[in-house]
Design a protein. Structure first.
Lengths: 221, 221
């Protein structure tokens, strides 16, 4: 096997969800920067990058979300970096929004004719192909995109020897309220999708378990 | 900068969505195996691994989905490997299902007391925290999990120098129907979430565009 294949398979075999952190150990600025770069450079449907990453350092806010975030206690207590991954609200994701104009014109710099063509395509996709017919459906679709940088940040951490914890174990509505009330972000623009912590474990972890390849992969000829 | 940080940032800067494949060039078995391993070993909420990966080789089925999959034409025509990423149907993801029992008992091998505790937690999470109150909401949540292996497969391909195309550009309902009708999978168990192709590009691609870091990342102190 080539070295790079071996390295990759080892990384994926080793990565696990950290359940307790050594609060004395900090992730270096360089490693954290690379983790955020992995998020920032991730792909997304139509290239809309409908995310924002917030490094939440404020102890008071962290303590205030704790009662509504059972899956985050160990990370709040000991992780080096605690990150909120936000998804854009449906307002921004609807065909014709100012945010989508910004992405398509200012960032992707599509020429006018292609821009119109792509906008039409997105309208069809949204109405018809993926049937994004409610705010909930739009938000869930947006959040799917946001799980791509989440995955890339976890994998990058593992490649750097940094432990991590992805967290869905929180009450979405309540944690969102606390964050908005404290001015962490504007509820018109963003909603909390998922959280992720980085640091160094202070304990052994359970052996990794996964279904074998013949249970998850098939060839249809 | 350390070599590994440099390597990772280069990989994420280089990865892009391939728009046209050289149909003469095949991804090696070894590389494809590593890509599937990256998917298989991915994390998911509660470790439920609610996915299946199908390498679709059948030309007739590929041609039959084409009219309903505008985003897949280039991949159907030239990619070396065309993969369907399926998500489990809500039937399997509801608290108490046989599938979840299989994962928790046979795969994760939780002892009885912890198993009960975790099942209770999942029930609360599902009913309350994430408000998974309809089949659509359950399926969308399941699909979020499935975007984690998608991301890891794309990143792994990039590390191996393999080009790739994630595809949402298809009519979900219609493509699903064609696949089920042809016996690719059982509609009781799975639904198509997203597709991804691997191969080697036959053209130059647009320069990568992303918002700068100050537009996607903030610190809240």
């Amino acid at each position: 096997m080539k070295d790079i294949n071996k390295f990759i398979e080892e990384v994926f075999n080793k990565r696990y969800t950290c359940k307790g952190y050594d609060s004395e150990k900090q992730v270096s600025d360089e490693d954290f920067r690379t983790i955020i770069e992995a998020g920032r450079l991730s792909p997304s449907s139509f290239g809309f990058e409908p995310w924002k990453f917030i490094l939440l350092k404020n102890r008071d806010v962290l303590e205030e979300i704790k009662p509504y975030a059972w899956g985050a206690h160990a990370s709040i207590e000991g992780a080096s970096h605690f990150v909120l991954i936000l998804a854009r609200t449906p307002k921004h994701m609807k065909p014709g929004s100012e945010y989508l104009r910004h992405i398509k014109s200012d960032i992707q710099k599509w020429p006018d004719d292609l821009l119109k063509q792509r906008s039409k395509k997105y309208g069809e996709f949204s109405d018809d192909d993926f049937d994004l017919n409610s705010d909930r459906a739009v938000f869930d679709w947006t959040t799917k995109q946001v799980y791509i940088p989440l995955a890339n940040m976890l994998t990058t951490a593992a490649m750097l020897g940094v432990d991590s914890t992805p967290m869905e174990g929180f009450h979405q509505e309540k944690v969102n309220e606390v964050l908005v009330k404290n001015g962490v972000y504007d509820k018109e623009d963003f909603r909390l999708a998922v959280m992720v912590a980085f640091g160094y474990s202070n304990r052994e972890h359970r052996e990794k378990t996964r279904r074998e390849v013949d249970e998850v992969f098939e060839v249809f000829e």
